[in-house]
Design a protein around this ligand. Structure first.
Ligand code: PMP
Length: 417
């Protein structure tokens, strides 16, 4: 069974230069195996501060404006714990990375999903290929005096949407009058923008990616969050970080000693070395990041072809920007017909009917009968949106896998297509 297309992590090794940095670290200064500074290993904080000074167009102080955490997940958790008070509302764009909701609730907050609008291409055969667009009026009407934060995620999991500078500017304009609102900008996929937005007037330091905190007036209310996992195919290293004003990062730094002694010292030191190496020419490309995107473009194209051959609808990346390593593929009537009759129907949690939603039935069929693992789309949506019927028309498929794994899945999909 080809279950690897389920999970959102790469099945390849980190690049050799990152492994070398890790080996050198392990065999170098023996003190690196002990605790390091709670708010982040100085060597890594300095590297991050120098990079973000460039990205955000301001002086980032490695001691005051950076905190290193156990993955981006912990940065999000700590950010929410320090920004949200019980009863506060936190806006998330829907569909959303599911971790956000319970983290908001753990901070005593109330998640407020604001749907991204799915706009089908005019020539989409069954209207499940298109792009996910910001619904500004919906954002405006979701803001209340209780809104404490907006969680922004670009490139976006699960849709692959890349918010353009123009969209981010609209979000910034929308929240600017509300002093209370802070932004947690989750940018873990920023170095994987396989199809950058085309019509944009924004100059960027990372191709295709606008750092929200670089927009006028936004730095002082934004925690920029990221990690090494996706960029270096090293999700197990669990080195994440946040960058932002002292007023926000300082609160996290104060709390960190009661949460952990420090994040992994060895991986932090190795990452500092890997970040320097990543900027050098790599495998015939200008740098490691350019190579990474060319790899992901190739894998994406292969998976798109296989999905389309099997009857799914996918985004058209010549028209729609794309980032991260997921495709939200639309379930057309042609693929729907593969699902066993009678399996799809009304779901009633209190009185089970033996029926499941279409996206679940599709994934069940794909994994059992065709050996291809996919993830249903409805868990990325709120109950309200699931009820309106559109959220279960997609499956999420990951292409952060070795070529032979994607090819195997492609063959399995095409056989029955
Ligand atoms: N944010 C998003 C959007 C993600 O998809 C993930 C991982 N799937 C994370 C954060 C968590 O990243 P980390 O492994 O660094 O905690």
């Amino acid at each position: 069974m080809n279950d690897f297309l389920f999970w959102g992590f790469p099945d390849t090794s980190p690049p050799q230069f990152a492994l070398d940095a890790l080996k050198e670290t392990i065999n170098g200064d023996p003190f690196i195996h002990q605790y390091t500074r709670t708010s982040g290993h100085p060597a890594l904080c300095r590297e991050l501060a120098s990079r973000y000074s460039n990205h955000l167009g301001r002086d980032i102080d490695w001691e005051k404006n950076v905190a290193v955490t156990v993955g981006a997940s912990q940065a999000l958790y700590m950010g929410l714990q320090t920004v949200v008070r019980p009863g506060d509302e936190v806006i998330v764009f829907e569909p959303y990375f599911d971790l956000y909701l319970n983290q908001i609730r753990l901070a005593g907050g109330v998640p407020v999903p604001v749907p991204l609008k799915f706009v089908p291409y005019p020539d989409s055969p069954s209207s499940y290929s298109g792009s996910w667009e910001l619904d500004l009026p919906a954002l405006q009407s979701a803001i209340t005096p209780k809104t404490a934060a907006v969680v922004l995620n670009s490139p976006h999991n699960p849709t692959g949407k890349v918010f353009t500078g123009e969209e981010m500017t609209s979000i910034a304009d929308c929240i600017r009058p509300h002093d209370k609102i802070k932004v947690l900008s989750d940018e873990v996929y920023k170095f994987i923008i396989h199809s950058p937005p085309k019509e944009t007037s924004f100059e960027t330091t990372v191709p295709g990616h606008v750092h929200f905190a670089s927009l006028p007036g936004m730095y002082d209310r934004t925690l920029t969050i990221s990690s090494a996992g996706k960029t270096f195919s090293a999700t197990g290293w669990q080195v994440g970080w946040m960058v932002g004003p002292e007023s926000l990062v300082g609160a996290v730094q104060q709390m960190l000693p009661y949460v952990q002694f420090c994040a992994n010292s060895v991986c932090q030191e190795a990452l500092a070395g890997a970040l320097r190496k990543a900027e050098e020419p790599y495998m015939g490309h200008e740098n490691y990041y350019a190579w990474l995107n060319s790899e992901y473009r190739e894998k994406r194209d292969f998976l798109v072809k296989a999905l389309q051959g099997a009857g799914f609808e996918t985004p058209d990346y010549s028209r729609t920007a794309g980032g991260g390593f997921f495709i939200m593929a639309g379930i057309t009537p042609a693929v729907e017909s593969r699902v066993p009759q009678g399996r799809v129907g009304e779901v009633n949690e209190s009185a089970p009917t033996g029926k499941v939603r279409l996206d679940w039935a599709m994934c069940e069929h794909m994994v059992r009968e065709e050996g291809v693992g996919m993830i249903p789309s409805s868990p990325f949506f709120s109950e309200e949106r699931v009820k309106d019927g559109r959220s279960d028309r997609f499956v999420r498929v990951a292409f952060c896998k070795r070529r032979e794994v994607i090819e195997g899945a492609g063959r399995a999909l095409l056989c029955d297509g």
